[in-house]
Design a protein around this ligand. Structure first.
Ligand code: SF4
Length: 339
């Protein structure tokens, strides 16, 4: 990874994000064999993730619920400060900037959330929702120009600009997500983080929103970081796929390579769960439950469920290594050519 590669828009460097959920000091006091001790509970949501996102690409992060993918997305967007590591935008570190300095980057980077109803203010008309960020970030624009911009982004996402005076509850779920996307586009960003943007929608509407996002990407030269738990959605929209498990990156590869030839045992197990037409269904069941992110297993976090586990896996964290053809894999068995 380099900071000055013009092809790279966003770099995530060894990012760690933990949450202290211990509560107040009274809740932390524990009695242990007659002794008073203090017990802290730390959720280790993201544990040293690194990858680059090239301009114009869709990089999807996929993994089971609780794997830390949404936390990673929010950390990239500056909604959570990382405990350590760096986020770079066009080679410039942005995770340590003051709010005033970050203002410029906030227009370049926007986010679309899972639940459009929760992310839109129910007391604000759609027109006001779209006008406010434009007025705040682009005070040089006159009212007429702001109105033009609002009508333009509404048309872009397939919402009639004449509906500006309507409130969010007057729209369907799919239309509300279109409005959320319009709000993200209002400041002409380069980079959009979409956190499960279709998970709350009816199946019949999901494809429409995905196709809209792909269409907008082509027309407006957008780069996406797309978060999803759904492999079929990821297969449809991505250029590159990153697989996360318990806050760690298992594997990252161009979509075709990852789906045709997964290297990491966890990716293999995830993909085996997708039924394919014309193939006998052979779901490779993962044994055991996902361990708690408060008590991560030593060594490889996947070792409690991996059929290729050995002693090294139980004690040594596998490093993110470059594999064949622009891939990253973190697995001792792959490195040792055991699989
Ligand atoms: Fe399995 Fe070991 Fe690879 Fe982890 S490092 S995925 S336990 S083989």
């Amino acid at each position: 990874m380099t900071t000055n590669n013009p092809e790279i828009l966003v770099s995530i460097r060894n990012v760690v994000k933990h949450f202290d959920i211990s509560g107040g000091w009274l809740e932390q006091i524990k009695f242990d064999n007659g002794r008073i001790t203090r017990k802290q509970s730390i959720v280790k949501a993201v544990n040293g993730i690194s990858f680059d996102i090239k301009k114009g690409q869709t990089v999807s992060v996929v993994g089971e619920s609780g794997c830390g993918k949404s936390t990673l997305a929010r950390t990239v967007m500056g909604l959570y400060p990382p405990n350590s590591g760096e986020i770079l935008y066009q080679g410039k570190r942005i995770d340590n900037l003051s709010d005033a300095k970050l203002k410029h980057y906030r227009t370049r980077m926007q986010m679309v959330f899972q639940d459009p109803y929760a992310s839109l203010n129910p007391r604000m008309t759609v027109g006001k929702t779209l006008r406010e960020p434009i007025r705040f970030h682009r005070p040089e624009l006159k009212e007429g120009q702001v109105a033009e911009k609002v009508a333009e982004v509404m048309a872009k996402v397939g919402i009639d600009p004449d509906w500006q005076d309507r409130f969010p509850h007057e729209f369907s779920g799919g239309q509300r997500q279109r409005i959320s996307i319009a709000r993200a586009l209002a400041l002409d960003p380069d980079f959009i983080v979409a956190d499960e943007p279709i998970a709350a929608l009816d199946v019949s509407i999901q494809a429409q929103i995905l196709n809209l996002m792909m269409d907008l990407q082509e027309k407006s030269d957008l780069t996406y970081l797309f978060i999803s738990h759904d492999l079929s959605v990821v297969e449809h929209i991505s250029d590159v796929v990153a697989v996360m498990y318990l806050g760690s990156l298992c594997e990252m590869a161009p979509k075709k390579q990852l789906f045709d030839n997964p290297a990491h045992p966890y990716t293999q197990a995830l993909l085996s769960a997708i039924p394919k037409l014309g193939h006998e269904f052979s779901h490779e069941k993962l044994k055991g439950d996902i361990p708690s992110p408060i008590n991560l297993p030593a060594g490889c976090v996947f070792h409690t469920r991996c059929k290729y586990v050995n002693d090294r896996c139980r004690s040594e964290i596998p490093a993110q290594r470059a594999g064949d053809g622009n891939t990253i894999v973190a697995c001792h068995a792959v490195e040792e050519k055991r699989i």
